[in-house]
Design a protein around this ligand. Structure first.
Ligand code: ZN
Length: 59
């Protein structure tokens, strides 16, 4: 079993450039299925993830 715990005490690190992510950038992708959001590191601009649910964030 894995426990899910919320924390504000540590900053997540980018897996690509090992820099603390202080700001997560995203851009909107539009398709016939709806909107997706592409999240990327504000430092190295590498993609960290894509939201697959419509309106997952900022929706
Ligand atoms: Zn990075």
């Amino acid at each position: 079993m894995i426990t899910l715990k919320e924390t504000d005490e540590v900053a997540p690190l980018c897996p690509h450039c090992d820099v603390r992510i202080t700001e997560l950038w995203f851009r909107e992708l539009r398709s016939t299925f709806g909107r997706r959001y592409l999240y990327f590191c504000c430092k190295c601009k590498k993609v960290l993830g894509v939201s697959h649910r419509k309106g997952f964030w900022m929706g």
